[in-house]
Design a protein around this ligand. Structure first.
Ligand SMILES: Nc1ncnc2c1ncn2[C@@H]1O[C@H](COP(=O)(O)OP(=O)(O)O)[C@@H](O)[C@H]1O
Ligand SMILES: [Mg+2]
Length: 248
């Protein structure tokens, strides 16, 4: 199937994009990076995205995670056409439906580990509702961080924590509101091998226990083999999906 052919999103898709292009202004020209991407992520599935550096993986993930707007094309999250919504509704959709784990964690430096993990609840709830609902979310974040081996790090700031610890907090933050979609952009790319493996086990365990759909960018073939579907990206296009059934 050509990447440029229109697709009908399947009813199982929790996240999809159609005809996505992205270009960036460079001087007085525009540099085209994504050339028309059609993709869908089904509920609960584990999808790996691979490809050489510079292929456009991060650009695509940022678009799927509603952190960046495509130059052309649409992104549908939990049945909603994200860019047809107001900025406020889109921000709520992103906060509730998508957990994002970045290569470089992106924790807020002035907040503690526990406060970072509970941040999506602070954003979701109004100030009054947060005051009354706060302790339930604090408990939930504490439970998760404890499960991730961070029980004695709850009050630490990110600068007092190792990379692996920071990434475990970022995973807890991504899962706090039980989103149906988890997007992870080389989540172990900045960690040593042993630490990376520990973080990955946490990520994959939580993914399968919760049945959250995972889209994972990785360079690790062994990890890709643990995913149900592997897509390869090259020069701003998804190559043929070798795991999809052949047309008859
Ligand atoms: N804001 C930007 N402005 C100009 N070029 C960009 C911008 N963001 C990314 N690019 C370019 O897009 C290409 C793809 O980048 P990226 O999506 O980060 O690739 P990958 O994650 O696959 O390594 C790179 O050539 C990069 O330089
Ligand atoms: Mg990248």
């Amino acid at each position: 199937m050509s990447d440029l052919a229109p697709i009908q999103p399947s009813p199982d898709a929790v996240l999809s994009c159609t005809g996505v292009r992205r270009s960036f202004p460079v001087g007085d020209r525009r540099l085209a990076i994504l050339h028309g991407i059609n993709l869908e992520l089904c509920a609960g599935e584990r999808l790996a995205l691979m490809g050489t550096s510079g292929a456009g993986k991060t650009t695509l993930l940022n678009i799927l995670g509603l952190l960046d707007r495509p130059t052309e094309g649409s992104v549908t999250v939990a049945g909603m056409d994200a860019w047809a919504l107001s900025a406020r509704r889109r921000a709520n959709l992103r906060n509730e439906k998508i957990g994002f784990v970045f290569q470089f964690y992106h924790l807020l430096p002035e907040l503690s580990a526990l406060e970072n993990a509970v941040l999506p609840a602070m954003i979701k709830l109004s100030r009054g509702a947060y005051r009354s609902g706060r302790s339930a979310f604090m408990d939930r974040a504490t439970d998760m961080l404890t499960r991730f081996g961070l029980a004695d790090r709850l009050g630490h700031r990110p600068s007092q924590l190792s990379g692996g610890e920071q990434q475990r907090i970022a995973i807890a933050r991504a899962l706090l509101l039980d989103p149906p979609i988890l997007i992870a952009d080389e989540p172990t790319g900045n960690l040593d091998r042993a630490t990376g493996e520990r973080v990955l086990e946490i990520l994959l365990d939580e993914q399968s226990e919760r049945g959250v759909a995972l889209m994972l960018v990785t360079h690790d073939e062994r990890l890709a083999k643990r995913c149900e579907r592997v897509l390869y990206m090259e020069d701003g296009l998804i190559q043929a999906d070798s795991s999809a059934p052949m047309p008859t």
